[in-house]
Design a protein around this ligand. Structure first.
Ligand code: ADP
Ligand code: ADP
Length: 226
């Protein structure tokens, strides 16, 4: 089952200094419950790609289809986790996770129950009443993952989520993410510049080549799971 289909995607940034082609004719598909990593050198367009998929950036040409429907803006069907901890500092861990549910009209009581289930899944149920500044970096990213999954998105978009963590924490988080992914019906698209991380996590790696203005080559590498 195809979840995401990107066809001939182009992105040109225009500014006073001129034009920068960030993505040139990029095409790929991701399937249900697949874990796909996108790697490539700095400047090859990884962040641009994920921002377009999130609906946070327009594109200049091509098509982005989620469940066959064109992506035209942000939506509940996509969860996002960035490198920086984008938690609300004035809200407790539980309230951070509840936020999106209440925005969608769920009652506080129901949102609280739902949030606690996801906090349990990421192993932070005991920290539900804590504030983000009381948590370690890895724990904050676990809250961010719970918050991204709480709306049960079709795809989880992760942009170098563990890039700011020390090596030991990063390693724990990689194992933890795989654990979560195995327990949740979600497709993951994970951006990293770290090949080792991609090999560890992915079913399939998309290598995005730097683009000197021509058609951008995208190489697909299947990774066997141990
Ligand atoms: P990566 O995430 O792989 O490092 P980016 O998507 O950040 O790549 O950038 C791809 C290209 O687009 C780079 O040449 C970068 O300088 C350019 N770029 C990214 N964002 C902008 C922007 N907001 N305005 C103009 N150029 C941009
Ligand atoms: P992470 O790898 O998620 O950053 P660590 O396992 O390195 O977190 O722990 C950082 C601190 O938080 C340590 O003091 C640890 O004891 C505490 N901690 C982390 N997770 C839990 C938990 N589920 N229960 C109790 N304490 C925890």
């Amino acid at each position: 089952e195809v979840i995401l289909e990107v066809k001939g995607l182009n992105k040109v940034y225009k500014s006073a200094q001129g034009e920068t082609t960030a993505l040139s004719n990029v095409s790929f598909k991701t399937h249900r419950r697949e874990f796909v990593c996108v790697i490539g050198p700095s400047g090859c367009g990884k962040s641009t790609l994920i921002r377009i998929l999130a609906g946070l950036e327009s594109y200049s040409g091509g098509q982005v289809l989620l469940d066959g429907k064109p992506v035209t803006g942000p939506g509940r069907d996509r969860g996002m986790v960035f490198q920086g901890y984008t938690l609300f500092p004035w809200l407790t861990v539980r309230k951070n996770v509840m936020f999106g549910l209440e925005m969608n009209g769920m009652s506080s009581e129901e949102a609280r129950r739902e949030a606690d289930l996801w906090l349990e899944l990421v192993g932070l149920e005991r920290f539900a009443s804590a504030y983000p500044h009381q948590l370690s970096g890895g724990m904050k990213q676990r809250v961010a993952i719970a918050r991204a999954l709480v709306n049960q998105p079709r795809i989880l978009l992760m942009d170098e989520p563990f890039g700011a963590l020390d090596a030991q924490t990063r390693c724990k988080m990689q194992a933890h993410l795989l654990d979560i992914w195995r327990n949740v019906d979600v497709t993951i698209l994970f951006i990293t510049h770290d090949l080792d991380e991609a090999i560890l996590l992915a079913d399939r790696i998309l290598v995005l080549k730097a683009n000197p203005g021509e058609v951008q080559e995208l190489i697909e590498v299947p990774v066997p799971r141990p």
